[in-house]
Design a protein around this ligand. Sequence first.
Ligand SMILES: Cc1cc2nc3c(=O)[nH]c(=O)nc-3n(C[C@H](O)[C@H](O)[C@H](O)COP(=O)(O)OP(=O)(O)OC[C@H]3O[C@@H](n4cnc5c(N)ncnc54)[C@H](O)[C@@H]3O)c2cc1C
Length: 475
Amino acid sequence: MTINSPEGNQALQAILADPGLPCSSPTKAFWQEPPFPFPEPNESTQLPQQCDVVIIGSGIAGASVAYHLLQLNPGLSITILEARTATSGATGRNGGHIKDVPWNDYDEFVEAYGREAAKRFVRFKLAHLDAVTEAAKSMGIAEQCLVRRVDSATVNFSAERWPKVKEARERWLADFPELRSTWTMYEGEEEILRRFGIRGAVGCSIVPAGAIWPYRFVTGTMNVLSKKHPDFKLFTLTPVTSIASSGNSEQPYIVKTARGSISASHVVHCTNGHAAHLLPILRGKLFPFRGQMTAQAPPPTFPRVGHERSWSLRDKKRFDYMTQSPLSSGEIFIGGAEDGRLKEFGCTRDDELNPIALDHLSKVIAKDFEGGEGTRVVEKWTGIMGMSLDDLPWVGRIPEEVSGRRREGEASEWIAAGFCGNGMVSAWLSGKAIAEMIVGGEDAVGEWFPKQMLACTMERLNKMDPEAYTKARLM
Ligand SMILES: Cc1cc2nc3c(=O)[nH]c(=O)nc-3n(C[C@H](O)[C@H](O)[C@H](O)COP(=O)(O)OP(=O)(O)OC[C@H]3O[C@@H](n4cnc5c(N)ncnc54)[C@H](O)[C@@H]3O)c2cc1C
């Protein structure tokens, strides 16, 4: 397939397109039932005329910005504007896996940004499990969102791929020798069948990871904030349609929505795959990508190990990720795909299912797991990720040449978006970094944050070539 083939050209045009607003009637995700009953202004409530910070998007990134801002300065007035119901984007529709497999892209990051920057990025991602767990505990919502530590089996079925994975893992461990004893590895079909009940695998790395009910974590966070801070507000069913300059140096931004406008000193774009709708210069650089998820009921004899185990399943073409409820019901949450990914480039239709991926996911457990026969899909839904051409999120101040709007003093637009399908290990602390920068200025953010790698700059944008990116994925 080439870039000039109908499929290649279609994929390229799709990533260059305006992602628009999220669709209004998304598929029903298991996680969002029952909807969280927190107090929110109803549809007829007027938007405030002004506030200190407007956050666009009520996913994990938006909630984290609000949470950390209010920790730093409890007096701030903050309004989250959400196009649909609360946390109805990727965060309310994902796999619930807090897992990073750092060697997958470590070599590329070392080459592009240097060893120290790449190491800092790894530490940043790995810090998420503790940060999310601590935040959930401190708000008293750890039990409701079922946050837990797991040993995640990262299973490889490709004899051709496995030696390369092992080499990349070794190079990564050479830079993180202190992790060698806990990041273990097993090889051989029999050994993996015996230990993990998985058939036909070549190798398996154990990755210390976590699992969570993300919708409950994020809606729980916003509930706690709204009870504690009268000037924290969430407006759902309020799509932001544009942003204009006000000419007023105190509140230089007017955020326009379908139900009125609001002036603000700071605007934070937490719109993930839809970011390029309000920031057109990002089109073709940060684009939506649709993923398919299922919740499946295992037969009574299938092991209930969700309190301590999760899985990723890979071969040359497929990438599936799987967690299990720690409750006795033992539902399995599995997402991923084998083929047909190109069609999902640029796709924002989370109101439709992906039949190819769905067919694959409905067969995986019976095929790969001992005792998996009889597992049945009980819920199926899609969700929209935000992909970035350099596989890194965008986190920082938005320069004037990117927004097309003038800045006034420290008042700014900011972005935390494009989490490339890994938001559970990158969005929460990105929100913390944005909060530190809004309150203390760009230099105030701690050394822990990989600021240079994730910054929103024209230099980074100009390096990105959507055609080359698409071509590489057609091979
Ligand atoms: C199927 C699937 C499975 C995944 N599995 C995992 C996983 O297991 N582990 C992991 O780490 N990551 C996973 N991810 C990725 C992860 O869910 C995301 O990276 C993360 O949730 C992004 O959070 P966010 O707050 O940036 O975006 P979102 O949760 O998408 O929130 C953005 C919000 O902005 C709103 N919005 C957009 N435009 C506007 C507008 N103009 N006005 C108002 N509101 C607007 C949207 O409605 C949405 O609610 C998965 C994603 C999907 C789709």
